[in-house]
Ligand binder design. Structure first.
Ligand SMILES: O=C(O)CCC(=O)C(=O)O
Length: 264
């Protein structure tokens, strides 16, 4: 984050961080959620999981998924002034909806078992009337993919894997499909091998860190080989409208889509 806060005294992303969001597809905001708030959220997630933090014998499955949480602690976590400032920087002021809570939460526990949900993918934008998940070039339904860390996540604690720059591979696949977009499953089947050459990084960090990712970023879960259960939320940031790819001042999310369409 830059040393120069905005006029309200809130830290902002530096120009270099915005440039790396455009080329890499993500930026980490350390301490975006105060540690005490993140710890309070984690306590509520333990209660919702049915497992006990003090009893590893109760951690039976490698992954427990919690749908959504909208208690004051989670609303606060999603809406810190620092995050609002960064949502403005990446998506545009007035172009996103303040989250009413957070979810979903894949909670990952140390285990020898295969979690069964660790395939590479991008997240879908919206659900069509037919029930199928879809994605379009103007990213209907999703302004960002966000990864909220609610536990300290080291390299062995099942950090989400990210293919750096993979969001740039999607626009040429989506452009011919126009506003209707493409069904999510066959889109992943095409995009995942295309991005296989991309460098891989792990979304490690501390409880309270948040990764803000381009909506087209290819990512994957992984098996937990460490000791500390990994607590994470992976919500979308909802847009107020579709991306505008012909405007005079494209946002960083839009600039990345344009970069994918017109590589240098
Ligand atoms: O658990 C993770 O690290 C990521 C999970 C994920 O990408 C998903 O469930 O869509």
């Amino acid at each position: 984050m830059t040393d120069e806060p905005n006029p309200q005294g809130i830290p902002m992303l530096s120009d270099a961080e915005i440039d790396s969001f455009i080329t890499d597809g993500f930026v980490r905001v350390p301490g975006a959620v105060p540690r005490g708030t993140a710890e309070g959220c984690r306590t509520q997630l333990w209660e919702a999981s049915g497992y006990s933090a003090d009893d590893p014998g109760s951690w039976i499955e490698p992954v427990v998924r919690i749908g959504s949480m909208a208690t004051p602690a989670f609303r606060e976590a999603a809406n810190t002034s620092e995050l609002h400032a960064v949502y403005d920087q990446l998506v545009g002021a007035g172009r996103w909806r303040a989250p009413l809570g957070l979810g979903t939460f894949p909670l990952r526990f140390p285990s020898e078992k295969d979690p069964g949900d660790d395939g590479w993918h991008l997240d879908a934008g919206w659900t069509a009337e037919t029930g199928d998940y879809r994605v379009n070039l103007r990213s209907r339904g999703r302004a960002l993919l966000m990864l909220f860390l609610f536990s300290d996540v080291g390299p062995d604690d099942a950090p989400t894997r990210i293919r750096v720059g993979s969001h740039l591979d999607l626009p040429p696949l989506l452009a011919p499909a126009g506003e209707e977009g493409r069904p999510w499953f066959p889109l992943c089947a095409e995009a995942v091998p295309l991005s296989a050459h991309r460098r891989e990084v792990a979304a490690t960090g501390e409880a309270g860190d948040v990764y803000l990712c381009h909506p087209f970023l290819i990512h994957a879960a992984q098996k937990h080989g460490g000791d500390t259960p990994r607590f994470l939320a992976q919500p979308p940031l909802e847009p107020t409208d579709l991306l505008n790819l012909h405007g005079p001042a494209p946002s960083p999310v839009e600039r990345a889509v344009l970069a994918g369409l017109n590589p240098l």
